[in-house]
Design a protein around this ligand. Structure first.
Ligand code: AMP
Ligand code: ZN
Length: 466
């Protein structure tokens, strides 16, 4: 089946393939590095990782750009208050963001683009808008005249027919009721960092940043542009107005927006003060895998209500899958294969694919896997599971984990690789067979030191990590 995604622009679920048939050219709005990301922000980025992985599972190559917003009002204010340059100030939070992303196993985009490294591209984009008559200057700043762009409102599906021409706004974020000419280039105020340009000393507005960098790396029409729902207006509406005024072509074919993470029905945000960072949760002893699972289990177009009970349930779900995997790897099954179980594995695999193809329905994909695991465990208890079924089960888990990536415990990254654990266990089993107990005890001690716990069962040796 083909991949279908909900497109904010058309308000429909549409079949997706990259325009050139091979490579998905995707732009996602990245973090503003003025503080640690909270897990609401990280839900958005974790969803984008899922999207990446599922596109790759379709056999497409990815060319993905994520920007890093490293110059804006809050950054300038905070850096100034700490007596730092904006570069010094943002370096720390950029590093923290990359660490958080790695802990959550987010694949690195092909390009990470800091805004401050692309000022000339932004200046050029503004110049092109000036040439085409979409701008005006006032008090050293340059503004975009939205009345000159007839398609304004097409992404957020608002009719801005009644707007007051000439009313303008200097801030980057504002409400729908307040559609106004927005700033492309902001004149520097006393004591602020600035770049010297033909329009005067200043810095770019937030919206031009993304238009300029997206087109630099990915060309005039992207396959996918994604971000959190709060970016639909004004940010993405303004990106369309800028890019399409310059090129006369559609800026992105698919606009994909993920819903917010809430805490007690309120959006998690830094300004509301109701937020947890990843560091907060890891510090409480929660695993990054459980947090990743929690963030992914609710389909991306539904709000996700964060609770600690939900996090516990995510931990339990991962434990179940890991226990099942361990059972598969360490039990002795009779030869052959049960056809009923083979059919169950094939059905689960098909449902997993269909669920993700249907606008990335993660909860239905997880349900397919868990239903199969329940059936397989019951068959094992009844002695009906066969060696041939184990391979099918491991294949399903591998397909699941290529997307969800939660089975490998965190310790694995620095610990003994699975293959080495298996090899030492086989050697220990052999030593026991030849009654070389000194050797088998030494091997158990070696594994224990590496954090691996062995359990001798009637089906053979099972192991897990501490
Ligand atoms: P920022 O670092 O503030 O620029 O935000 C980075 C990303 O996080 C944006 O795509 C926002 O849409 C997204 N975001 C902000 N708050 C939340 C939230 N509570 N839940 C999910 N995503 C969010
Ligand atoms: Zn953006």
């Amino acid at each position: 089946m083909s991949l279908r995604l909900f497109n904010t622009l058309t308000q429909r679920v549409e079949e997706f393939t990259p325009a050139d048939g091979h490579t998905v050219r995707m732009y996602t709005c990245g973090p503003t590095v003025y503080n640690y990301a909270h897990i609401g922000n990280l839900r958005t980025f974790t969803f984008q990782d899922l999207l990446r992985r599922w596109l790759a599972a379709h056999g497409w190559k990815l060319d993905h750009v994520m920007n890093i917003t490293d110059v804006e009002d809050k950054i300038i204010r905070n850096a100034g208050a700490q007596g730092k340059t904006i570069g010094e100030y943002t370096a720390e939070y950029t590093r923290a963001f990359l660490e958080d992303a790695a802990a959550l196993r987010l694949q690195r985009p092909e390009h990470l683009a800091p805004a401050t490294e692309h000022i000339p591209e932004m200046v050029e984009a503004i110049e092109r808008l000036e040439e085409r008559g979409f701008t005006y200057r006032s008090d050293g700043s340059v503004y975009y005249r939205i009345a000159n762009f007839p398609g304004y409102g097409k992404l957020s599906h608002n009719d801005f027919g009644g707007i007051r021409p000439g009313a303008r706004v200097d801030v980057d974020e504002y409400d729908k009721d307040d559609a106004r000419d927005f700033v492309l280039w902001k004149a520097a105020k006393e004591g602020e960092p600035y770049w010297a340009t033909p329009f005067g000393n200043g810095r770019p507005g937030w919206h031009i940043e993304c238009s300029a960098m997206a087109m630099k790396f990915l060309g005039e029409t992207l396959d996918i542009h994604a971000g959190g729902v709060d970016l639909v207006f004004p940010h993405h509406e303004n990106e369309i107005a800028q890019s399409e005024a310059i090129t006369g072509k559609p800026f992105a074919r698919f606009w994909i927006h993920s819903e917010h993470l809430n805490v007690e029905s309120q959006k998690m945000s830094k300004s509301a003060g109701n937020f947890y960072t990843l560091r907060d949760l890891l510090g409480m002893g929660h695993s990054p895998e459980a947090i990743r699972y929690l963030l992914l289990q609710v389909p991306y177009r539904q709000k996700l209500n964060f609770t600690f009970d939900g996090l516990k349930a995510a931990e339990t779900a991962i434990d179940r899958l890991r226990a099942f995997e361990l059972r598969l790897k360490t039990s002795q099954f009779a030869a052959g294969a049960s056809t009923a179980l083979s059919a169950a594995a094939a059905a689960a695999s098909g449902r997993f694919t269909e669920a993700l193809d249907h606008d990335l329905n993660t909860s239905a994909a997880l349900a397919a896997v868990f239903e199969y695991v329940r059936e397989a465990n019951t068959a094992m208890d009844a002695g009906l599971f066969r060696a041939g079924n184990a391979d099918e089960a491991l294949d399903l888990l591998a397909r699941f984990d290529a997307i969800f990536d939660v089975l490998r415990p965190q310790a694995d990254s620095g610990g003994m690789p699975d293959a080495e654990v298996e090899r030492l266990i086989a050697e220990r089993t052999q030593a026991k067979k030849t009654r070389d107990f000194a050797r088998s005890d030494a091997l158990r001690a070696q594994l224990q030191e590496a954090g691996v716990i062995l359990e001798d069962t009637k089906d053979g040796v099972r192991w897990k990590r501490k």
